[in-house]
Ligand binder design. Sequence first.
Ligand SMILES: Nc1ncnc2c1ncn2[C@@H]1O[C@H](COP(=O)(O)OP(=O)(O)O)[C@@H](O)[C@H]1O
Ligand SMILES: [Mg+2]
Length: 405
Amino acid sequence: MPTKHRAKSETARPLPSVAGNQNGIATEEFSHWIKTQLFDDVPIAICVIDRNFQIVEANKTFTETYGSWCGQSCFRVYKNLDNRCEQCGAIRTFADGQTRVREERGKVQDGREMSYLVHMLPIRRSNGEIPYVVEMSTDITHIKQLEKQKLEAERLGAVGETVAGIAHGIKNVLMGLEGGVYVVNSGLRHGDGERFAKGWSMLQENITRISSFVREFLDFAKGRKTTVDNVDPNVPARQVYELFRDSAAQSKIDLRLDVQEDLPEAPLDANGIHTCLVNLVSNAIDACLMSEGQRKFHVTLKTREDDGVLIYEVVDNGRGVDYEISRKIFTSFFSTKGSDKGTGLGLLTTKKIVHQHGGKVSFNSKERQGSTFRIELPRHRLPQPGETTAASEPAETTSGNKRQD
Ligand SMILES: Nc1ncnc2c1ncn2[C@@H]1O[C@H](COP(=O)(O)OP(=O)(O)O)[C@@H](O)[C@H]1O
Ligand SMILES: [Mg+2]
């Protein structure tokens, strides 16, 4: 390998013409061009390093990009370092002869930071020895900038959507509070106790609403820490049943509990599962309350285990979900409950918690007949006791009025 410094050449070298190739002359020219000019003409910075990480050869693009390299090490030229890079890929290619690709950041000769994609290829002697590694670097600074801008735009979009949702939720409650204040004031003005009491209960209702909105939002947003313990999977189901039994009965909805008694303990975030079941049962009760018709309404909270999969199910005979709604119910702030009830965060929070347990949420629904919401938690994917887990995102699938989160 020659170890010379190639001077910067400004001369444009045209591709040889291959037209009129009758006696093989153009082909010869072409192969001559490949041998003599391609190395310098490709818009990729190429250098060859020896086992001491000294650059022994480099092409024109490399020289133009990184400047003088003669007698210098690759880490000095690429990154202005005194010692070899901590995660040196070339050293591994020297050792195992494998071709590698990696993204790197370095400084070009005008001091600008640059991102580049570097391919490392071994040059082998016939005896298998690898005296040199070729490094081919493509400038991807522009692509990285676009990638960063895209991520930033997506992040801003998500922030904007969230802020709009919060503002909308607060606006609804504010309207309710203003209405309450108006009725209280008018009761006071006219000395009308009944009117005053009505206004006061409107205020109380809206204060409850804003506190549940804030709680739901925090549950959704704060990336709650899961505390995983070995628990009886029926415990959160029983608690949620107790929580809703009386209020459901008051609304003439028959709330039933149907648990498989012998379920073995499982590593669960019991509070998280409790939140999920609260969301599903309250939705089921709402679906009954908002249903037209006079049938007898019931909501059943079930637990069972099927082939190593823990299952929680909430079945109702309420108003069901139509196709259009089924496509949106797992998105943030989507609610069909109007300004005074829904936040559109319940199912999203449920989905997040279920993902933290390695499981999935799905539902099956028929308009005006009812729905079944199902949480499936394969035991082998449950977190370890004491473990904190991050939500993963299983792929979405949809068919008819069924949907998996
Ligand atoms: N059991 C159910 N029956 C019918 N529709 C449901 C049921 N559960 C959820 N939904 C629909 O999904 C939407 C989103 O639910 P959710 O995320 O809990 O928000 P919210 O309850 O605040 O509206 C609800 O507004 C409703 O349209
Ligand atoms: Mg809800």
